[in-house]
Every structure is written in C-alpha cells, then in structure tokens.
Design a protein around this ligand. Sequence first.
Ligand SMILES: NC(=O)c1ccc[n+]([C@@H]2O[C@H](COP(=O)([O-])OP(=O)(O)OC[C@H]3O[C@@H](n4cnc5c(N)ncnc54)[C@H](O)[C@@H]3O)[C@@H](O)[C@H]2O)c1
Length: 342
Amino acid sequence: MEPLVLKTDSAVSQLFFTPSFDEMGEKLRDLLPQNRRIVAIADRKVDALYGHFFPYEKISVFADEGEKTMETVLCITRRLMELGAGRDTFLLGIGGGITTDICGFVASIYKRGVGFGFVPTTLLSMVDAAIGGKNGVNVDGYKNMLGTINQPRFVIACPCFLSSFSKSDICKSVPELLKTCLISGKHFDEVAGLFRRMDFSGSVESEELLGYIREAVEVKCEVVAADERESGRRRILNLGHTFAHALERCTENRLSHGEAVGIGLVLAAKNGGAERVAGRIAAALGQLDLPTQIPEYVGISELNRAVLQDKKNSGSHLNLVVIDEAGTLSFRQKSVVELLWK
Ligand SMILES: NC(=O)c1ccc[n+]([C@@H]2O[C@H](COP(=O)([O-])OP(=O)(O)OC[C@H]3O[C@@H](n4cnc5c(N)ncnc54)[C@H](O)[C@@H]3O)[C@@H](O)[C@H]2O)c1
C-alpha cells in the first residue's frame, strides 16, 4: 500500500502501512538510521509478545494512563543517561498511544531533542495517537498538560499487532476511527459495520481494515499539514475530546481514552443540538458494546470543574467542536453552565 507523506512547516514525516510483520520488519530496517545508536522505548506488554522483532537496546514502559507522567519521563531520561545515549541517538517508540506520547516527549526534550520514529501497536495509535506530532504527559490526572508538537521521522502501521487483542479491547479504539469518519463525512456506517461483523481470530489482517486505517491517517495528515500548531482548523481533531478528557479525569481512567472519546462524540452532537446524530453515534457504539453515556457515579459538578482545565479554553469559555443535525462540524464557545452532559 502506498505510503503517505506528512509535510509541515517544521518537518517531513513518512507514514507506512504494512500488511505483514515481515514487511514491517523490512521497512523498519530501511528506515532506521545506519551507524546511529537505536534505543527502543517499548510497551512492556508489547515487548513480551513481539520483542523478537525489535533487537535493539530497550527501555520498557508500563502503559497505564497513571504512568504517563513526568516521573516516567525522568526514569527514562536517567536510563538513557546510564546507557550513555548521546544527541545522535534515535528513539523508537513501540506501543499504543501512551507509549508513543511518552517516547515523542522524551525525544523532544532529551539533550534538547533527538530523532524518533514510531511503530504503533493499537488501532487507536495507528489511526491517531502516533500521527501529527503531539506528545506529552498528564499532570495530577489532567491530560497532556505538558508536551510539545514534534513530528516523528516515520510511522509504520501494521494491523497484525491487533491479533493479540480481544474483540472487546480492540473495539475500545474504534471511537477515534469513527471521529475521523465524522470529520471527513465518509464511511461511518461501513467502519462501524466492519467492527460489528469482525471475527478477530485472524481476520484483523484484512485489506479492508488497512484501507480504513490509511484513510483515517490521510484525513489527519491533511488537517495537520495545514495547521500543525493548532491555531485554527486542527482544533477540529479535538471533536469529542473536551468531554473525553474530563471523563477520563473524573473516572480516574476507569474509562479508557477510546471509550471516553465515544461518549464525547455523542455529547458533541447533543451540544450541537443534533439529537438524531447523537442517537446514530450512540447506536453504533452500543452495537460494539461501548458505553454511550457518562457513568452514574460521576457527578456533573465534578465534570464541570475538570472541563475548565481543558487546554483549549479561553478564559472561562470552553472552545468546543460540535456537530449539527446535518452532520456538519463547527466551533462553538460555551460557558460551563451551558454544557449538556446528558
Ligand atoms: N498524541 C496524540 O495525538 C494522541 C491522540 C489520541 C490519543 N492519544 C493518547 O493515547 C493514549 C491511549 O492510547 P491507546 O489506546 O493506543 O493505548 P495504550 O497505550 O493505552 O495501550 C492500551 C493497552 O493495550 C496494551 N497493548 C498495546 N499494544 C498491544 C498489542 N499489540 N497487543 C496487546 N496489548 C497491547 C497496552 O499495554 C495497554 O495495556 C492516551 O493517553 C491518549 O491521550 C494521543
């Protein structure tokens, strides 16, 4: 499958889609810089399953939202120093969005910046987290409070990694893919249908899935290429995320990022006055056994407090992306009291 190139004012990033582990390994060997020290920042679970594909010095991370912190960044930094890693070291992030976010952040600040590339291993990181250069860590449970925008040299997406997930775990990533469908206005029903039908015993390597992954990456790249620093259009990619980040904080990550984004999409439609669209999104999520409403145990005042920490706020106004009844996305300012959580 044809690679994509993400060209921004600051960098050129190459994005590859490989249907087999063999091709992923071959591509990786081509892309990693020769005669440079390679250190992999690898998700511990992924390393146990697939470590044999990555014969490099490794620093393993525990991929838990509570570990996406400065403490982990400092641990990795100290380990790199112990290894004697210099400015010519190349970091390879291998794992889901937690690992690639941490790796991208460390690479951006270690010795004022070293080169890095990603092999995303979750659906969510293939279609979203590994693409576009945002990285960072949480502070006191608030999402991505510290971070940079810095593009990886390359990303290699290989859906074969998904075969170690259960169907229910893989479905937790689907809301980020549905978000892209809502942005592009394409393939929402087809993507939802694909995951509803899918039997994950082997069929994850399907061409159809790889096609949708590539299409989602293409949509993200178009937006990021036009507005890397998020001064305008890139804010569209935050669809559902203002709600999702508050939910992740208030549920102490009992909802995964993807599950929270799913509820956030429903709320983006409700807050745009689009009850019918909200119903359509909720139906698609429900058919994948994903949550569609805020959990009973979370209080609205708690959510309102959390949402005020959102990075996109201006003063006490929330800058939201909402969906209207025609399915059109737009930016809207709301105060906290105007927010609909149900
Ligand atoms: N930088 C961005 O633009 C961006 C965009 C979206 C999300 N994110 C971030 O991404 C994070 C969520 O990422 P995620 O959902 O990809 O996953 P994750 O990194 O949270 O991983 C989820 C779980 O899957 C395991 N895992 C990873 N790959 C596996 C595999 N192939 N087989 C079996 N288990 C595997 C991990 O160990 C972990 O237990 C959040 O922190 C979110 O904020 C970042």
